[in-house]
Design a protein around this ligand. Structure first.
Ligand code: ARG
Length: 576
């Protein structure tokens, strides 16, 4: 354990347990503004055992355990204990972290199989900004869970099945594969869909053909399946372009579209029947889900089969959960899906629990997120009112980053500049997304997200580049100072040390509530305290051993910055 606050809590636990007469008692250690840490647990414990809290606090101090970590201990107010960590203790903790590739972050005690359902755009339909959010947030959790030692299964649940495919296939035939492929791979999915839809509405013969085509598709007609597959491939080619540009981990191997679950729905439905959960309602077959009501307060059932005898989006999600639990052996399933689908997912989870498919400790969690808004504070649209083309949006971010870098560092060679612009542009988009509490909406604002000052991606990345520059100037490699002793003597060194050591706690808080913004806050604070340290504590002009100690501290900061950026899916530029 590297976080001094957590280390202190662990040291105190047996002391508190003894004072509680053998019951476990939480010492409640928190970071503090007055000292480095505050122990608050004496107050509730005093109440529990009927003792005087200040006397109890004194007993904690007298136990002597604090001597190994603190050089100042003070009992304050009704019985708080303020602790100031000793320089030796911090130096020891830093040395441990510096010698650890994981930078003090232990893998989770139990490795789980975690299925993450994210991105999930729809074939031959706009990939809207909501899919961008799902992709970026999902990617961050893939990286976090993997880092913490879990087995992660990425599932891109693309919308690749359903009635519209009749008209989409017929439109594909009308256009010819080459023309269709051209448009779709450029991301003109919306145009394609709209044209098909317009024909469907105006042209009876086309409508007829489309209906026949759906029947053929559902009947497994080979020629139709070939066309359907072409359509899916063309869309995927575009999605892959977006993924590559976004630098996320998704590949074709992760595709697990709705079509995968079509053959499984009949079985899922039969199991619902066998469990006596479905009943007829207005011709449809539904499951009553306690606790869910519509706007009028009437019970809202989950429709498992429509009155026309068709299975639904919900039915495919039920089949999908059975598959994830029984075939993939998922312990945890994350659904990184927009907030509007909250009710759908909650009902699906509930029905799975009722049917006994989702049994504790196996867990399904909806990691919901809000909207991306345009300048007008409405859901972002392009000027023509269509969806914004994601590739264009990302290209613009990269272009703008390139211009900003050109201004800041005009001597960068073109190849480096190009790769840095990529990292900074995409990093800015990701950071803007991840750094807002995910359930909230946020305004997509290029100027703000690309600023080099303030809580932005470029600001955090710049701290990393700056550390490398110090080493360039020193004429030594970063590796060469790794392992040199770091001593903590100045307040700004101490602040930086405490922030470095808080990485495991920041990751813990991020995972607990599935909140990437907490990791962003940590990163931003690390970049900020480094910048204050850099201003106040000269590195290269100091005498030894201070110079080496500060170089080692800067290198360690750089490693933590790089690791944290990496967990967020962002690059750490060497220079910028
Ligand atoms: N394709 C859906 C959409 O664009 C999202 C799918 C989310 N995942 C799921 N298992 N339902 O809205």
């Amino acid at each position: 354990m590297s976080d001094p606050v957590a280390t202190l809590a662990a040291l105190l636990e047996p002391v508190f347990t003894e004072l509680a007469g053998g019951d476990t008692a939480d010492p409640t250690v928190r970071p503090s503004d007055r000292a480095d840490a505050q122990i608050n647990g004496a107050l509730p414990l005093a109440k529990k055992v009927g003792a005087n809290p200040r006397e109890l606090a004194q007993q904690v101090v007298d136990s002597g355990v604090l001597a190994s970590v603190a050089d100042d201990v003070e009992i304050a107010g009704p019985g708080f204990i303020n602790v100031t960590f000793s320089a030796e203790f911090l130096a020891e903790q830093l040395a441990t972290v510096a010698g650890d590739d994981r930078l003090g972050v232990a893998p989770d005690a139990r490795s789980k199989t975690v299925v993450i359902d994210y991105s999930a755009p729809n074939v031959a339909k706009e990939m809207h900004v909501g899919h961008l959010r799902s992709t970026v947030i999902g990617d961050c959790f893939v990286r976090l869970f993997e880092f913490l030692g879990h087995e992660v299964i990425r599932e891109n649940h693309i919308g690749d099945w359903g009635r519209p495919f009749g008209m989409l296939i017929e439109h594909l035939l009308d256009l010819g594969e080459d023309v269709a492929a051209e448009g779709l791979s450029q991301g003109d999915l919306d145009g394609f869909y709209k044209q098909a839809n317009a024909k469907f509405n105006d042209d009876e013969a086309f409508q007829e053909r489309s209906r026949d085509r759906v029947v053929k598709l559902q009947g497994g007609d080979e020629e139709t399946l070939v066309l359907w597959r072409r359509l899916v491939e063309m869309s995927n080619a575009y999605f892959n372009k977006v993924y590559t540009k976004l630098d996320v981990l998704l590949t074709d191997d992760d595709l697990a579209g709705e079509s995968n679950y079509q053959p499984l729905m009949e079985g899922a439905y039969q199991r619902l029947e066998a469990a006596d959960l479905v009943h007829p309602d207005d011709g449809a077959m539904v499951v009553t889900v306690p606790g869910f009501t519509n706007r009028d307060g009437d019970p809202l059932p989950l429709i498992a089969k429509s009155s026309a005898g068709a299975f639904m989006y919900a039915t495919s999600d039920l089949a999908c959960i059975i598959d994830r639990v029984e075939r993939l052996h998922a312990d945890l399933m994350l659904y990184v899906v927009g907030a509007p689908q909250a009710q759908h997912l909650q009902m699906v989870f509930e029905v799975c629990k009722m049917a006994g498919w989702l049994v504790e400790p196996t867990e399904a969690v909806h990691v919901a997120f809000g909207n991306i808004l345009g300048d007008d504070r409405k859901i972002m649209r392009s000027r023509s009112g269509d969806s914004v083309k994601l590739v264009q949006l990302l290209d613009e971010a990269i272009e703008r980053a390139d211009a900003a870098i050109g201004e800041k560092n005009p001597t960068l060679d073109p190849a480096t500049r190009e790769s840095v612009a990529q990292m900074v542009g995409i990093g800015a988009v990701k950071y803007a997304d991840l750094s807002t509490d995910r359930v909230k909406d946020y305004v997509f604002d290029f100027d703000r997200m690309l600023a080099f000052e303030g809580n932005t991606g470029p600001y955090c990345q710049y701290a990393h580049a700056r550390i490398n520059r110090v080493f360039d100037k020193a004429g030594v490699s970063r590796e060469s100072v790794r392992g040199l002793p770091i001593s903590i003597d100045e307040p700004h060194e101490k602040e930086l040390a405490l922030q470095i050591l808080a990485l495991p706690t920041a990751i813990g808080a991020t995972m607990e509530s599935y909140s990437p913004h907490k990791l962003c806050t940590y990163l931003y604070e690390l970049a900020s305290v480094f910048s204050v340290f850099y201003e106040h504590c000269p590195i290269l002009s100091s005498d030894e051993p201070v110079r080496s100690s500060r170089l080692a501290l800067a290198d360690l900061t750089g490693r933590v910055l790089e690791r944290t950026l990496g967990l967020l899916g962002m690059g750490a530029p060497e220079e910028m």
